[in-house]
Design a protein around this ligand. Sequence first.
Ligand code: FE2
Length: 424
Amino acid sequence: MLGMKRVVRGWTIVTPLIIMLACLAPVLSSAAPLAASAPQHMTLTWSSDPHTTQTIAWQTSAPCPAGRVQYAEATAGGGLPTNAATAIATGEVLLTDGGKVMIHSVTITGLKPGTRYIYRVGGETAWSELRSFKTAPDGIRPFKFLVFGDTQGYTYDVWRTVLRRAYETNADASFFTVVGDLVEVGQDHDQWDAWLGAAAGVIDAIPVMPLTGNHEYYTPLWGERSLPTMFTARFKLPANGPEGLRGQAYSFDYGGVHFVVLDSQAREGARFMPDMLERQKAWLEKDLAATDKRWKVAFIHKPPYNSKTARGNDDVKAAFVPIFERHRVDIVFSGHEHVYARTYPLYGEAVAAGPAEGTIYVTAGRSGDKARGKARAGDWHEVYHNPREEPNYIVVKVAGDVLSVEVFKLCGDLIDSWQIEKER
Ligand SMILES: [Fe+2]
């Protein structure tokens, strides 16, 4: 197969030429003229209770009249009934390097738990296709969620393929996350168009609960940093984080799990917020102390326990590991390194007797086209795999006292399978 290999900023990129050409399509198509109100990039998130609410955002050209969502309980007939409910969205103009766009968003409230709804977004002149979502069931029921490592790349076709494969084989997943570095240049409008276009068909069916990586702070100007405004404008996430970091640090509950999401970009964000980690420390301490959930899972882009060939994240480790340990966080998922790695349960910089006495740190691998050339396990890693030849994804199942994790290559081969069982 025709292909090309190059080294960019220390990364090895092996990209079949045919894929590169195919991937130009969504970027080029984003430049095609659309009706001003034609909705694009429907994105589900939760900004409030997953049992009774659903947050929906989408993009149109700007200016554009206020959008709306029509929705109803799904029925065997499949269509939208004439008495479907309507929710009016809020519109905000987002100034990008590709011009102005409008981001519409609304949180539908008063939904029934454990219920599938159909919906469409738009307005009087243009509506999206019908899609559906399902609210969280009452009580503590088994569920699964998907974790994707860095999806950034020079194309987003790998991301499209990995996401679809994971969803096809796990269509009952309740939500998915990408653990930062969703795009290569976070303030590049075309890259978001390509990323969101690649996620269509999944991101409008199950919520995404993502987090920022260092690349979300990058701008098209080399070396210039920005607050991740294109990330926070598009993903409407819980606003329960610390002041100044709403949507970048947040927490939410699903089933028997309390999830916390953190922003590890103290270096990239230092100019804008010198005390980024301090703010999150105080918030995290309170947040974890307040939950009574059986399981605690954290997401943070830069791994506190990194691979040996990577630059360490001592600031992140010093800030958050003592808090994770104090509150017995079970698993911390990270990205950044584009390798799949799982530590032993760790406590106090040492291997703990078991998961009940420590925290397991996982770096998620890569779900985009950027593979890492050199990688080497740290002494703290029990399992280490460099997905250099093939991207990967992670499926996490939570059923009562058992949390199980399976890590798959794109082809379906298993990389790792493990579980934690809590004692009563
Ligand atoms: Fe990163």
